[in-house]
Design a protein around this ligand. Structure first.
Ligand SMILES: NC(=O)c1ccc[n+]([C@@H]2O[C@H](COP(=O)([O-])OP(=O)(O)OC[C@H]3O[C@@H](n4cnc5c(N)ncnc54)[C@H](OP(=O)(O)O)[C@@H]3O)[C@@H](O)[C@H]2O)c1
Length: 104
């Protein structure tokens, strides 16, 4: 893959802040890889027309390693990491089950 500008990895780029960052940087010449648990596997090298989309679950080491290795194989390096993936759970602690807390 031709490397245009710096290579940026944005975790959690399917919505919200991560998607906005990925779009913003890709429009300014960065080579952007954005991740989601539901994007296609890394080996398919798909794009959404703005940035490269790669499957990654940040809670699973193998998934992170697979996606990062795929990017390294294609570009030779990652210059910037925007480690944005995550979720928030709002509510009173007494109304939150251990399962909800662990899975959010
Ligand atoms: N918005 C706020 O007011 C606010 C305030 C404080 C902190 N934050 C933090 O800022 C970040 C972005 O917030 P946002 O409002 O833009 O959130 P959002 O729209 O809900 O987006 C969250 C992103 O994280 C990804 N994600 C969640 N769990 C993941 C996992 N296990 N592995 C990989 N990706 C995962 C989601 O991708 P998929 O579901 O497609 O996998 C999605 O792309 C989050 O970490 C959030 O906790 C936000």
């Amino acid at each position: 893959m031709e490397r245009n500008g710096k290579v940026v990895l944005v975790t959690g780029a399917s919505s919200g802040i991560g998607k906005s960052c990925a779009k913003y940087l890709s429009e300014r010449g960065y080579t952007v890889f954005g991740t989601s648990r539901y994007f296609p596997p890394a080996n398919l090298l798909e794009t959404n027309g703005q940035f490269h989309t790669i499957r990654m679950d940040v809670t699973i080491d193998e998934s992170v390693n697979e996606a990062v290795q795929a990017i390294l194989n294609k570009t030779g390096g990652i210059d910037v990491l925007i480690n944005n993936a995550g979720c928030a759970l709002a509510g009173a602690i007494e109304d939150t089950s251990p399962e909800e807390a662990l899975n959010s």
